[in-house]
Design a protein around this ligand. Structure first.
Ligand SMILES: [Zn+2]
Ligand SMILES: [Zn+2]
Length: 510
Protein backbone atom coordinates (compact mmCIF):
# COMPACT_ATOMS: atom_id res chain seq x y z
CA UNK A 1 0.00 0.00 0.00
CA UNK A 2 2.93 2.23 0.74
CA UNK A 3 4.40 2.08 -2.73
CA UNK A 4 1.36 3.26 -4.71
CA UNK A 5 0.66 6.07 -2.26
CA UNK A 6 4.27 7.23 -2.37
CA UNK A 7 4.04 7.08 -6.15
CA UNK A 8 0.84 9.14 -6.00
CA UNK A 9 2.59 11.69 -3.84
CA UNK A 10 5.51 11.78 -6.25
CA UNK A 11 3.19 12.24 -9.20
CA UNK A 12 1.37 15.03 -7.40
CA UNK A 13 4.68 16.70 -6.56
CA UNK A 14 5.78 16.30 -10.15
CA UNK A 15 2.59 17.91 -11.43
CA UNK A 16 2.92 20.73 -8.93
CA UNK A 17 6.48 21.31 -10.10
CA UNK A 18 5.30 21.25 -13.69
CA UNK A 19 2.56 23.75 -12.91
CA UNK A 20 5.09 25.95 -11.12
CA UNK A 21 7.51 25.74 -14.04
CA UNK A 22 4.81 26.52 -16.60
CA UNK A 23 3.57 29.35 -14.41
CA UNK A 24 7.08 30.77 -14.22
CA UNK A 25 7.44 30.35 -17.95
CA UNK A 26 4.22 32.26 -18.61
CA UNK A 27 5.23 34.96 -16.16
CA UNK A 28 8.56 35.27 -17.92
CA UNK A 29 6.79 35.57 -21.27
CA UNK A 30 4.67 38.42 -19.98
CA UNK A 31 7.70 40.16 -18.48
CA UNK A 32 9.57 39.96 -21.76
CA UNK A 33 6.62 41.09 -23.78
CA UNK A 34 6.13 44.25 -21.78
CA UNK A 35 7.17 46.99 -24.12
CA UNK A 36 9.31 49.60 -22.47
CA UNK A 37 12.27 47.97 -20.88
CA UNK A 38 13.81 51.36 -21.32
CA UNK A 39 16.62 50.11 -23.52
CA UNK A 40 15.64 52.34 -26.34
CA UNK A 41 16.35 55.46 -24.34
CA UNK A 42 19.84 55.34 -25.61
CA UNK A 43 20.36 59.01 -25.06
CA UNK A 44 21.55 59.43 -28.59
CA UNK A 45 20.79 63.10 -28.43
CA UNK A 46 22.45 63.76 -25.17
CA UNK A 47 26.03 64.88 -24.92
CA UNK A 48 26.71 63.23 -21.63
CA UNK A 49 28.31 59.89 -21.21
CA UNK A 50 26.12 59.21 -18.24
CA UNK A 51 22.87 59.80 -20.01
CA UNK A 52 24.21 57.97 -23.00
CA UNK A 53 24.26 54.96 -20.76
CA UNK A 54 20.69 55.55 -19.77
CA UNK A 55 19.67 52.31 -21.42
CA UNK A 56 21.45 50.58 -18.59
CA UNK A 57 18.43 49.54 -16.61
CA UNK A 58 16.86 46.22 -17.45
CA UNK A 59 13.22 45.42 -17.98
CA UNK A 60 13.17 44.11 -14.46
CA UNK A 61 12.56 40.56 -13.46
CA UNK A 62 12.79 38.92 -16.84
CA UNK A 63 16.25 37.51 -16.41
CA UNK A 64 15.89 36.64 -12.77
CA UNK A 65 12.74 34.71 -13.61
CA UNK A 66 14.47 32.93 -16.47
CA UNK A 67 17.33 31.89 -14.19
CA UNK A 68 14.86 30.60 -11.60
CA UNK A 69 13.03 28.66 -14.26
CA UNK A 70 16.20 27.03 -15.54
CA UNK A 71 17.15 26.02 -12.00
CA UNK A 72 13.70 24.49 -11.48
CA UNK A 73 14.02 22.61 -14.75
CA UNK A 74 17.41 21.15 -13.92
CA UNK A 75 16.05 19.96 -10.59
CA UNK A 76 13.05 18.46 -12.35
CA UNK A 77 15.26 16.68 -14.91
CA UNK A 78 17.33 15.09 -12.15
CA UNK A 79 14.42 14.10 -9.94
CA UNK A 80 11.76 13.30 -12.54
CA UNK A 81 13.45 12.85 -15.90
CA UNK A 82 10.25 11.52 -17.51
CA UNK A 83 8.63 14.91 -16.88
CA UNK A 84 11.68 17.16 -16.76
CA UNK A 85 13.25 16.19 -20.07
CA UNK A 86 10.16 16.79 -22.27
CA UNK A 87 9.48 20.04 -20.44
CA UNK A 88 13.11 21.09 -20.97
CA UNK A 89 12.65 20.40 -24.69
CA UNK A 90 9.51 22.57 -24.73
CA UNK A 91 11.36 25.39 -22.98
CA UNK A 92 14.35 25.10 -25.32
CA UNK A 93 11.94 25.23 -28.27
CA UNK A 94 10.34 28.32 -26.72
CA UNK A 95 13.72 30.04 -26.37
CA UNK A 96 14.54 29.26 -30.01
CA UNK A 97 11.21 30.68 -31.22
CA UNK A 98 11.66 33.66 -28.91
CA UNK A 99 15.14 34.32 -30.34
CA UNK A 100 13.86 34.10 -33.91
CA UNK A 101 10.91 36.38 -33.21
CA UNK A 102 13.10 38.67 -31.12
CA UNK A 103 15.49 39.12 -34.01
CA UNK A 104 12.68 40.91 -35.82
CA UNK A 105 11.91 43.29 -32.97
CA UNK A 106 15.15 44.68 -31.74
CA UNK A 107 14.77 47.33 -29.15
CA UNK A 108 13.51 45.67 -26.06
CA UNK A 109 15.19 42.34 -25.84
CA UNK A 110 18.57 43.07 -24.33
CA UNK A 111 19.80 44.02 -20.91
CA UNK A 112 23.56 44.34 -20.91
CA UNK A 113 25.17 47.61 -21.96
CA UNK A 114 27.51 45.82 -24.37
CA UNK A 115 24.70 44.28 -26.32
CA UNK A 116 22.88 47.59 -26.33
CA UNK A 117 25.84 49.36 -27.83
CA UNK A 118 25.86 46.89 -30.71
CA UNK A 119 22.12 47.17 -31.04
CA UNK A 120 22.30 50.97 -31.20
CA UNK A 121 24.80 50.79 -34.02
CA UNK A 122 22.52 48.47 -35.98
CA UNK A 123 19.46 50.53 -35.33
CA UNK A 124 20.68 54.00 -35.91
CA UNK A 125 23.07 53.62 -38.81
CA UNK A 126 20.33 52.58 -41.20
CA UNK A 127 19.91 55.80 -43.13
CA UNK A 128 22.37 58.68 -43.26
CA UNK A 129 20.97 62.16 -43.74
CA UNK A 130 23.07 62.63 -46.85
CA UNK A 131 20.93 59.98 -48.58
CA UNK A 132 17.89 62.19 -48.21
CA UNK A 133 19.62 64.81 -50.30
CA UNK A 134 18.40 62.74 -53.28
CA UNK A 135 14.99 64.34 -52.78
CA UNK A 136 16.43 67.66 -53.97
CA UNK A 137 16.76 66.22 -57.48
CA UNK A 138 12.94 66.07 -57.58
CA UNK A 139 12.26 69.06 -55.37
CA UNK A 140 15.04 71.68 -55.41
CA UNK A 141 13.49 73.52 -52.45
CA UNK A 142 13.71 70.49 -50.16
CA UNK A 143 15.57 71.28 -46.93
CA UNK A 144 16.41 68.64 -44.36
CA UNK A 145 16.29 71.20 -41.55
CA UNK A 146 12.76 72.22 -42.51
CA UNK A 147 11.69 68.62 -43.05
CA UNK A 148 12.75 67.78 -39.50
CA UNK A 149 10.91 70.82 -38.19
CA UNK A 150 7.76 69.62 -39.93
CA UNK A 151 8.22 66.06 -38.64
CA UNK A 152 8.51 67.37 -35.07
CA UNK A 153 5.48 69.59 -35.52
CA UNK A 154 3.35 66.76 -36.97
CA UNK A 155 4.44 64.39 -34.23
CA UNK A 156 3.36 66.85 -31.54
CA UNK A 157 0.04 67.48 -33.31
CA UNK A 158 -0.70 63.77 -33.61
CA UNK A 159 0.12 63.17 -29.94
CA UNK A 160 -2.40 65.86 -28.97
CA UNK A 161 -4.80 64.51 -31.58
CA UNK A 162 -4.90 61.20 -29.70
CA UNK A 163 -6.92 63.09 -27.08
CA UNK A 164 -8.54 66.00 -28.95
CA UNK A 165 -9.42 64.14 -32.13
CA UNK A 166 -7.62 63.98 -35.44
CA UNK A 167 -10.26 65.49 -37.77
CA UNK A 168 -8.41 68.80 -37.93
CA UNK A 169 -5.30 66.95 -39.09
CA UNK A 170 -7.03 65.06 -41.91
CA UNK A 171 -4.88 66.74 -44.55
CA UNK A 172 -1.76 65.31 -42.87
CA UNK A 173 -2.93 61.84 -41.89
CA UNK A 174 -3.62 58.64 -43.73
CA UNK A 175 -7.45 58.44 -43.37
CA UNK A 176 -7.66 55.08 -41.58
CA UNK A 177 -4.88 56.05 -39.21
CA UNK A 178 -6.70 59.13 -37.89
CA UNK A 179 -9.49 57.05 -36.36
CA UNK A 180 -7.31 54.39 -34.82
CA UNK A 181 -5.04 56.84 -33.02
CA UNK A 182 -7.74 58.41 -30.88
CA UNK A 183 -7.86 57.16 -27.30
CA UNK A 184 -11.26 57.94 -25.70
CA UNK A 185 -9.75 57.75 -22.21
CA UNK A 186 -7.67 60.85 -22.83
CA UNK A 187 -8.70 64.43 -22.15
CA UNK A 188 -5.40 65.89 -23.40
CA UNK A 189 -1.78 65.11 -24.15
CA UNK A 190 0.54 67.84 -22.92
CA UNK A 191 4.20 68.77 -22.79
CA UNK A 192 5.31 66.71 -25.77
CA UNK A 193 9.09 66.95 -25.87
CA UNK A 194 11.18 65.11 -28.41
CA UNK A 195 14.46 63.74 -27.11
CA UNK A 196 15.88 62.29 -30.31
CA UNK A 197 15.04 61.46 -33.89
CA UNK A 198 16.64 58.84 -36.13
CA UNK A 199 16.08 57.77 -39.71
CA UNK A 200 15.06 54.14 -40.01
CA UNK A 201 14.11 53.83 -43.69
CA UNK A 202 14.05 55.91 -46.85
CA UNK A 203 12.68 54.80 -50.18
CA UNK A 204 10.94 55.84 -53.29
CA UNK A 205 12.58 58.70 -55.17
CA UNK A 206 12.00 56.38 -58.16
CA UNK A 207 8.34 55.69 -57.36
CA UNK A 208 5.21 57.88 -57.20
CA UNK A 209 5.44 58.18 -53.41
CA UNK A 210 8.53 58.99 -51.34
CA UNK A 211 8.58 57.28 -47.96
CA UNK A 212 10.66 58.12 -44.90
CA UNK A 213 10.39 56.21 -41.64
CA UNK A 214 11.69 57.93 -38.55
CA UNK A 215 12.08 56.85 -34.96
CA UNK A 216 11.21 59.43 -32.34
CA UNK A 217 12.08 59.31 -28.67
CA UNK A 218 9.77 61.50 -26.64
CA UNK A 219 8.31 62.44 -23.34
CA UNK A 220 4.70 63.53 -22.75
CA UNK A 221 1.96 63.76 -20.18
CA UNK A 222 -1.44 62.15 -20.70
CA UNK A 223 -4.37 63.83 -18.93
CA UNK A 224 -7.07 61.25 -18.25
CA UNK A 225 -10.80 61.95 -18.57
CA UNK A 226 -11.30 60.06 -15.35
CA UNK A 227 -8.89 62.50 -13.66
CA UNK A 228 -5.18 62.30 -13.03
CA UNK A 229 -2.16 62.37 -15.29
CA UNK A 230 0.43 59.89 -16.51
CA UNK A 231 3.87 60.80 -17.75
CA UNK A 232 5.38 58.61 -20.45
CA UNK A 233 8.77 58.09 -22.05
CA UNK A 234 8.12 56.64 -25.46
CA UNK A 235 9.77 55.52 -28.65
CA UNK A 236 7.50 55.77 -31.67
CA UNK A 237 7.92 54.95 -35.34
CA UNK A 238 6.43 57.43 -37.80
CA UNK A 239 6.14 56.84 -41.54
CA UNK A 240 5.98 60.03 -43.59
CA UNK A 241 5.05 59.91 -47.23
CA UNK A 242 4.70 62.46 -50.00
CA UNK A 243 4.02 62.36 -53.71
CA UNK A 244 7.20 62.56 -55.79
CA UNK A 245 5.54 65.43 -57.68
CA UNK A 246 5.02 67.54 -54.51
CA UNK A 247 7.22 70.55 -53.80
CA UNK A 248 8.39 71.84 -50.42
CA UNK A 249 6.47 74.73 -48.93
CA UNK A 250 8.26 78.06 -48.56
CA UNK A 251 10.38 78.56 -45.45
CA UNK A 252 8.03 81.26 -44.15
CA UNK A 253 5.29 78.65 -43.79
CA UNK A 254 7.51 75.98 -42.27
CA UNK A 255 6.29 76.43 -38.71
CA UNK A 256 2.54 76.32 -39.21
CA UNK A 257 0.24 73.49 -40.08
CA UNK A 258 -2.04 74.94 -42.77
CA UNK A 259 -3.51 73.87 -46.09
CA UNK A 260 -0.68 71.83 -47.67
CA UNK A 261 -1.41 73.46 -51.01
CA UNK A 262 -2.42 77.12 -50.58
CA UNK A 263 -1.54 77.89 -46.96
CA UNK A 264 -5.11 78.71 -45.89
CA UNK A 265 -5.75 78.09 -42.16
CA UNK A 266 -6.29 74.44 -41.31
CA UNK A 267 -9.87 75.31 -40.28
CA UNK A 268 -10.62 75.91 -43.97
CA UNK A 269 -9.84 72.29 -44.73
CA UNK A 270 -12.92 70.04 -44.41
CA UNK A 271 -11.88 66.43 -44.43
CA UNK A 272 -9.14 66.58 -47.03
CA UNK A 273 -10.87 69.24 -49.16
CA UNK A 274 -9.66 72.85 -48.90
CA UNK A 275 -12.47 75.39 -49.24
CA UNK A 276 -10.01 78.05 -50.47
CA UNK A 277 -8.04 76.32 -53.19
CA UNK A 278 -10.76 73.71 -53.84
CA UNK A 279 -8.20 70.95 -53.97
CA UNK A 280 -8.14 67.60 -52.30
CA UNK A 281 -5.07 68.34 -50.21
CA UNK A 282 -4.72 65.00 -48.39
CA UNK A 283 -2.97 61.75 -49.25
CA UNK A 284 0.50 63.35 -49.44
CA UNK A 285 -0.36 65.06 -52.74
CA UNK A 286 1.11 68.42 -51.70
CA UNK A 287 3.00 67.82 -48.50
CA UNK A 288 4.22 65.10 -46.15
CA UNK A 289 1.50 62.97 -44.63
CA UNK A 290 1.78 60.58 -41.71
CA UNK A 291 1.04 57.15 -43.17
CA UNK A 292 2.08 55.09 -40.17
CA UNK A 293 2.36 55.71 -36.46
CA UNK A 294 3.25 52.98 -34.01
CA UNK A 295 4.48 52.92 -30.49
CA UNK A 296 7.58 50.78 -30.02
CA UNK A 297 8.00 51.12 -26.29
CA UNK A 298 6.73 53.36 -23.60
CA UNK A 299 6.95 53.44 -19.87
CA UNK A 300 6.22 55.72 -16.99
CA UNK A 301 9.69 55.44 -15.56
CA UNK A 302 12.33 57.61 -17.17
CA UNK A 303 15.76 56.57 -18.33
CA UNK A 304 18.18 55.82 -15.53
CA UNK A 305 20.77 58.56 -15.54
CA UNK A 306 23.42 57.10 -13.31
CA UNK A 307 24.92 54.12 -15.11
CA UNK A 308 28.62 53.94 -15.95
CA UNK A 309 29.21 52.87 -19.51
CA UNK A 310 32.51 52.90 -21.34
CA UNK A 311 32.84 55.41 -24.13
CA UNK A 312 32.31 53.67 -27.48
CA UNK A 313 33.45 54.69 -30.91
CA UNK A 314 35.92 57.46 -29.98
CA UNK A 315 38.75 55.53 -31.63
CA UNK A 316 36.80 55.00 -34.86
CA UNK A 317 37.86 57.05 -37.90
CA UNK A 318 35.72 60.12 -38.62
CA UNK A 319 32.94 59.50 -41.12
CA UNK A 320 33.80 62.15 -43.69
CA UNK A 321 31.53 62.76 -46.65
CA UNK A 322 33.80 62.66 -49.74
CA UNK A 323 32.44 65.98 -50.99
CA UNK A 324 32.75 67.79 -47.64
CA UNK A 325 36.11 69.60 -48.11
CA UNK A 326 35.09 70.92 -51.52
CA UNK A 327 31.71 72.08 -50.26
CA UNK A 328 33.36 73.80 -47.32
CA UNK A 329 35.54 75.74 -49.77
CA UNK A 330 32.47 76.69 -51.79
CA UNK A 331 30.84 77.95 -48.63
CA UNK A 332 33.93 80.00 -47.75
CA UNK A 333 33.91 81.47 -51.25
CA UNK A 334 30.23 82.42 -50.88
CA UNK A 335 31.01 84.07 -47.53
CA UNK A 336 34.74 84.68 -46.91
CA UNK A 337 33.96 85.47 -43.25
CA UNK A 338 33.23 81.78 -42.71
CA UNK A 339 36.67 80.26 -42.44
CA UNK A 340 37.83 77.31 -40.40
CA UNK A 341 39.27 79.57 -37.65
CA UNK A 342 36.18 81.73 -37.36
CA UNK A 343 34.00 78.65 -37.10
CA UNK A 344 36.20 77.21 -34.34
CA UNK A 345 35.63 80.38 -32.33
CA UNK A 346 31.87 80.01 -32.58
CA UNK A 347 32.11 76.31 -31.75
CA UNK A 348 34.22 76.99 -28.63
CA UNK A 349 31.66 79.50 -27.36
CA UNK A 350 28.74 77.10 -27.86
CA UNK A 351 30.71 74.24 -26.30
CA UNK A 352 31.48 76.30 -23.18
CA UNK A 353 27.88 77.52 -22.83
CA UNK A 354 26.60 73.97 -23.14
CA UNK A 355 28.72 72.79 -20.18
CA UNK A 356 27.34 75.66 -18.06
CA UNK A 357 23.73 74.93 -19.01
CA UNK A 358 24.09 71.17 -18.65
CA UNK A 359 25.89 70.97 -15.34
CA UNK A 360 23.87 73.86 -13.89
CA UNK A 361 20.58 72.37 -15.16
CA UNK A 362 19.88 75.80 -16.58
CA UNK A 363 18.57 75.34 -20.14
CA UNK A 364 18.24 79.10 -20.78
CA UNK A 365 22.05 79.38 -20.75
CA UNK A 366 22.27 77.41 -23.98
CA UNK A 367 19.03 78.70 -25.52
CA UNK A 368 20.62 81.42 -27.74
CA UNK A 369 22.94 78.94 -29.43
CA UNK A 370 20.76 75.97 -30.32
CA UNK A 371 17.88 75.32 -32.71
CA UNK A 372 14.37 74.76 -31.39
CA UNK A 373 14.61 71.01 -31.88
CA UNK A 374 17.94 70.62 -30.12
CA UNK A 375 16.73 72.87 -27.33
CA UNK A 376 13.74 70.57 -26.86
CA UNK A 377 16.08 67.64 -26.67
CA UNK A 378 18.45 69.27 -24.17
CA UNK A 379 15.49 70.46 -22.16
CA UNK A 380 14.18 66.88 -22.06
CA UNK A 381 17.44 65.56 -20.61
CA UNK A 382 17.97 68.43 -18.20
CA UNK A 383 14.40 68.01 -17.00
CA UNK A 384 15.04 64.31 -16.39
CA UNK A 385 18.05 65.15 -14.24
CA UNK A 386 15.99 67.67 -12.29
CA UNK A 387 13.22 65.13 -11.73
CA UNK A 388 15.61 62.42 -10.67
CA UNK A 389 17.23 64.94 -8.33
CA UNK A 390 20.74 64.61 -9.68
CA UNK A 391 23.07 66.50 -11.95
CA UNK A 392 25.74 65.52 -14.44
CA UNK A 393 28.84 67.63 -13.89
CA UNK A 394 31.28 68.13 -16.74
CA UNK A 395 34.23 70.10 -15.37
CA UNK A 396 37.31 71.44 -17.19
CA UNK A 397 35.83 70.56 -20.54
CA UNK A 398 38.28 71.15 -23.38
CA UNK A 399 38.02 70.62 -27.11
CA UNK A 400 41.06 68.59 -28.21
CA UNK A 401 40.49 68.32 -31.95
CA UNK A 402 37.86 69.10 -34.58
CA UNK A 403 37.38 67.20 -37.87
CA UNK A 404 35.23 68.32 -40.75
CA UNK A 405 32.66 65.56 -41.40
CA UNK A 406 30.12 67.04 -43.79
CA UNK A 407 28.78 70.19 -45.39
CA UNK A 408 25.28 70.29 -46.82
CA UNK A 409 23.68 73.30 -48.42
CA UNK A 410 20.18 73.78 -49.71
CA UNK A 411 18.09 76.80 -50.61
CA UNK A 412 17.19 77.44 -46.95
CA UNK A 413 20.19 76.39 -44.86
CA UNK A 414 23.90 75.69 -44.85
CA UNK A 415 24.81 72.91 -42.46
CA UNK A 416 28.30 71.98 -41.28
CA UNK A 417 28.89 68.77 -39.36
CA UNK A 418 32.03 68.67 -37.23
CA UNK A 419 33.34 65.81 -35.19
CA UNK A 420 34.67 67.18 -31.95
CA UNK A 421 37.06 65.32 -29.67
CA UNK A 422 36.89 66.64 -26.15
CA UNK A 423 37.94 65.80 -22.64
CA UNK A 424 36.32 66.56 -19.32
CA UNK A 425 35.80 65.29 -15.84
CA UNK A 426 32.36 63.70 -15.93
CA UNK A 427 30.36 62.53 -12.94
CA UNK A 428 26.82 62.51 -11.65
CA UNK A 429 25.89 63.60 -8.14
CA UNK A 430 22.61 63.59 -6.27
CA UNK A 431 21.15 66.87 -5.04
CA UNK A 432 22.45 65.84 -1.62
CA UNK A 433 25.98 65.72 -3.02
CA UNK A 434 26.41 61.94 -3.15
CA UNK A 435 28.49 60.61 -6.06
CA UNK A 436 26.20 58.39 -8.17
CA UNK A 437 28.44 57.59 -11.13
CA UNK A 438 31.58 58.72 -12.91
CA UNK A 439 34.81 59.99 -11.48
CA UNK A 440 35.37 63.37 -9.84
CA UNK A 441 39.05 63.59 -10.74
CA UNK A 442 39.83 61.38 -13.72
CA UNK A 443 38.90 63.08 -17.00
CA UNK A 444 37.46 61.10 -19.89
CA UNK A 445 37.86 61.65 -23.58
CA UNK A 446 34.92 61.44 -25.94
CA UNK A 447 33.88 62.44 -29.42
CA UNK A 448 30.59 63.58 -30.92
CA UNK A 449 29.27 64.87 -34.22
CA UNK A 450 27.93 68.40 -33.97
CA UNK A 451 25.95 70.05 -36.75
CA UNK A 452 25.84 73.83 -37.02
CA UNK A 453 23.29 75.50 -39.28
CA UNK A 454 22.79 79.00 -40.63
CA UNK A 455 20.29 80.52 -43.06
CA UNK A 456 21.77 80.20 -46.55
CA UNK A 457 21.35 83.89 -47.36
CA UNK A 458 23.15 85.11 -44.22
CA UNK A 459 26.72 86.44 -44.47
CA UNK A 460 29.27 87.60 -41.93
CA UNK A 461 31.71 86.67 -39.22
CA UNK A 462 30.36 84.17 -36.68
CA UNK A 463 29.97 85.80 -33.25
CA UNK A 464 32.26 84.59 -30.50
CA UNK A 465 30.63 86.59 -27.73
CA UNK A 466 27.44 86.50 -25.74
CA UNK A 467 25.71 89.33 -27.63
CA UNK A 468 22.60 89.29 -29.79
CA UNK A 469 23.61 88.63 -33.43
CA UNK A 470 20.96 91.12 -34.54
CA UNK A 471 21.08 94.13 -32.17
CA UNK A 472 24.34 93.48 -30.30
CA UNK A 473 22.74 93.76 -26.86
CA UNK A 474 23.94 91.32 -24.19
CA UNK A 475 22.02 88.13 -24.80
CA UNK A 476 18.82 87.71 -22.82
CA UNK A 477 16.76 85.12 -24.56
CA UNK A 478 13.29 83.78 -23.92
CA UNK A 479 12.50 80.08 -23.94
CA UNK A 480 11.16 80.62 -27.46
CA UNK A 481 14.56 81.92 -28.55
CA UNK A 482 13.77 85.63 -28.93
CA UNK A 483 16.10 88.47 -27.96
CA UNK A 484 14.43 90.45 -25.18
CA UNK A 485 15.66 93.73 -26.69
CA UNK A 486 15.04 93.52 -30.42
CA UNK A 487 12.53 90.63 -30.26
CA UNK A 488 14.00 88.75 -33.20
CA UNK A 489 14.29 85.02 -33.00
CA UNK A 490 18.05 84.51 -32.86
CA UNK A 491 17.90 80.72 -32.70
CA UNK A 492 16.45 80.10 -36.15
CA UNK A 493 19.90 80.29 -37.74
CA UNK A 494 18.81 83.35 -39.69
CA UNK A 495 21.42 85.49 -37.89
CA UNK A 496 24.29 83.26 -36.94
CA UNK A 497 25.38 79.64 -36.73
CA UNK A 498 23.40 77.66 -34.19
CA UNK A 499 23.92 74.09 -33.07
CA UNK A 500 21.12 71.92 -34.43
CA UNK A 501 22.23 68.35 -33.68
CA UNK A 502 24.52 66.43 -31.36
CA UNK A 503 25.06 62.82 -32.39
CA UNK A 504 27.15 60.13 -30.73
CA UNK A 505 29.77 58.13 -32.61
CA UNK A 506 27.62 55.03 -32.49
CA UNK A 507 24.55 56.73 -33.91
CA UNK A 508 26.03 59.06 -36.50
CA UNK A 509 25.30 57.67 -39.94
CA UNK A 510 26.52 60.57 -42.08
ZN1 LIG B 1 -5.90 75.21 -49.87
ZN1 LIG C 1 18.63 91.57 -30.17
Amino acid sequence: MNRPSRSDARRLLAWLTLALAVGLLLYTVSAWARPGGGHTYSGGSSRSSSSRSSGGHSSGGGDGDAAGLIFQLILLCIQYPALGVPLLLIVVAFFVVKAVVGAGQKGWSTTTPDVQAVERVERSARVGRAELDAIRALDPGFSLVLFEDLAYMLYGAVQRGRALGTQALAAYLEPNLGQSLVDPQLADVQGVVIGAMRYARFSGTQSPMIEIEIEIESNYVEVLRAGGTRRFYAVDRVVLTRAATARSRPKARSHTLDCPNCGAPLSAVRGTECSYCRQNVGFGRFDWMIAGFSNQTRETRGPLLTGDVAETGTELPTIVDPGAPQRFEELSRKDPAVGWEALQGRLALIFAQLQIAWSGRDPLKIRPFVSDNLFQSLYYWIDLYTQQRCRNITENATILRVDLANVMSDTSFDAITLRIFARSVDYTVSDEGKLLSGNRSKPRTYSEYWTLIRGSSRRGEPRRDNNCPNCGAPLAISMAGQCEYCRVKVTSGDFDWVLSRIEQDESYGG
